[in-house]
Ligand binder design. Structure first.
Ligand code: ADP
Ligand code: GLC
Length: 487
């Protein structure tokens, strides 16, 4: 099957969060399964520089008249086949340093409607034959940035040939791409595309609805989140639409890219380890404690956080529970960036107790690997979480996840109850109610288990062995692509 993956981020070229990890791993798993896959990306500087041997495929005018180009090259990853990748060459829109969505003062760019409409528009043009040598049968769009692709496809004039199937994946319903309604015309969509059964959302133009209304099939990144977004609590006002489309919606759990995240082969760790040889993990911990200026105590449970610092991630629970964590002899190492108030709250705590709390504000892929490699517990107490990847990296690296039981966190982590420990299925710590009390009780459970080292080792071993193979997820997507074609 010829499948076009449409995404704003892709690891290893450009990443602000888990979307990039998925967009990087899924196409490789589909290629490995024998599918004919290509990616379509905006020409951000990191993408233009990272796609090799790019050749011009077409030059054309965007709906608002701007001249743009389409290039085709390949993304090269060690140990995997090359991924053919198109990128949209529109320097006036994309050639800006830093974050792909926001300017230096963290405000969304004022022309984001054009920057991301173009991504969906080019996807639909490719489905109509823009590249005479390759035409997708299925267009798979990720998140609001790519969500107009299914809308453009739906409003494509009939040319007698079968239309490409469309699949839209929700990675996070909270980010919707809302713009002033008068942009509709300039984006080349007909007035009929607006309205309640179209792109209108409380009077605004919603890119997210382009995917939710017009895609043949909808997916999200965990089965539990697929159910949660159909409730008023987590539906952001779109739950009615999602219930209406429930027959077309499914949850496919994300997985872990073994080429990037595997403690047995990870070159970013000072030492490698696996469930049968855990000595390397102890040395990773000692090395990290030294690197971060933490007290060199092997017996102090090390809690790690690798996260965007946003409301979603529930990190005020960690701040509130920190005194109890320190009183029980634990250490905390955090890597993250985002919300200024959270940044300064964590920085203050590190300044007050530098031998027990380390806070690194910023973004560092290598340090993230070292934290999972060294950690005993990975904290992911998110308010909501579509899937979450860091708890899966924690599992694989034997840094047991402590999570709020929602979304993908509920689907990937099994609490260490006596029954699950006896059955060998326990992999971490999960709490139900999103409250300081419930969080702190889970934190106490982690300390209690840590002091029982044989039990700790048994749970850690189950965690590290939990299957998280992208081949499974890719097979699930291939089923969905078939359904989209058969619509
Ligand atoms: P989300 O996409 O909501 O941010 P995920 O858990 O799905 O959450 O994915 C987050 C990804 O971003 C993971 O790969 C994680 O390691 C990475 N990450 C988050 N913050 C940082 C940071 N400050 N430095 C390095 N990697 C980070
Ligand atoms: C989003 C979600 C996260 C998910 C990621 C990849 O960023 O917040 O839960 O893991 O997408 O699907």
């Amino acid at each position: 099957m010829r499948i076009l993956q449409v995404t704003a981020e892709i690891f290893p070229l450009l990443k602000t969060g888990g979307l990039a990890d998925v967009a990087g791993a899924l196409p490789l798993a589909l290629l490995a399964a024998g599918q004919d896959v290509r990616a379509l990306l905006p020409g951000f500087p990191a993408i233009a520089a990272g796609v090799r041997d790019a050749q011009t495929v077409a030059e054309f005018d965007a709906p608002w008249g701007e001249r743009v180009g389409l290039r085709l090259g390949r993304i090269v990853t060690a140990g995997a086949p090359d991924l053919p990748a198109y990128w949209i060459d529109a320097p006036a829109l994309y050639d800006r340093p830093g974050n792909p969505y926001e300017d230096a003062s963290r405000s969304p760019y004022s022309d984001n409607h054009r920057r991301f409409a173009l991504l969906g528009w080019v996807a639909a043009r490719l489905a109509q034959g823009l590249d005479a040598n390759w035409q997708p049968e299925v267009v798979h769009a990720h998140d609001w940035h790519a969500a107009l692709a299914p809308a453009y496809l739906a409003f494509t004039p009939d040319n007698g040939k079968p239309r490409a199937g469309s699949v839209f994946t929700i990675h996070n319903l909270a980010y919707q791409g809302l713009f002033a309604p008068w942009h509709l015309g300039e984006l080349g969509l007909p007035p009929a595309a607006f309205g309640m059964n179209g792109l209108e959302y409380h009077g605004q133009l919603s890119f997210m609805k382009g995917g939710l209304v017009f895609a043949d099939r909808l997916t999200t990144v965990s089965p539990t989140y697929a159910r949660e977004i159909q409730t008023p609590e987590q539906g952001f006002g779109l739950d009615g639409l999602l219930r209406h489309r429930a027959g077309a919606l499914s949850g496919i759990l994300n997985a872990v890219d073994d080429q990037v995240w595997n403690p047995a082969t990870d070159k970013l760790l000072p030492e490698r380890f696996d469930p049968r040889r855990m000595g390397g993990k102890a040395r990773c911990k000692a090395a990290l404690q030294e690197e971060l200026g933490l007290a060199p105590e092997a017996d102090a449970p090390l809690f790690v956080v690798v996260s965007r610092l946003t409301e979603q991630k529930g990190l005020h629970l960690v701040l509130h529970g920190l005194d109890a964590l320190l009183a029980q002899g634990g250490q905390l190492a955090l890597l993250g960036s985002g919300d200024a108030a959270l940044e300064s709250a964590f920085r203050d705590r590190a300044n007050a107790a530098p031998r027990s709390v380390s806070v690194t504000l910023g973004y560092s892929e290598p340090l993230a690997h070292r934290l999972f490699g060294a950690g005993d517990v990975t904290l992911v107490p998110s308010r909501y979480e579509p899937c979450g990847l860091t708890q899966m990296y924690g599992l694989k690296y034997g840094s047991l996840p402590l999570v709020h039981r929602v979304g993908g966190l509920a689907d990937t982590v099994t609490d260490s109850t006596l029954e699950d420990m006896a059955a060998g299925t326990a992999t971490g710590f999960a709490f139900n109610e999103f409250s300081d009390t419930a969080y702190e009780r889970a934190q106490r459970r982690a300390f209690a288990l840590f002091r029982r080292s044989a039990d700790w080792r048994a749970v850690r071993s189950s965690a590290m062995r939990r299957p998280a193979d992208w081949a499974n997820a890719a097979a699930g997507y291939v089923d969905v692509y078939r359904q989209a074609l058969a619509r």
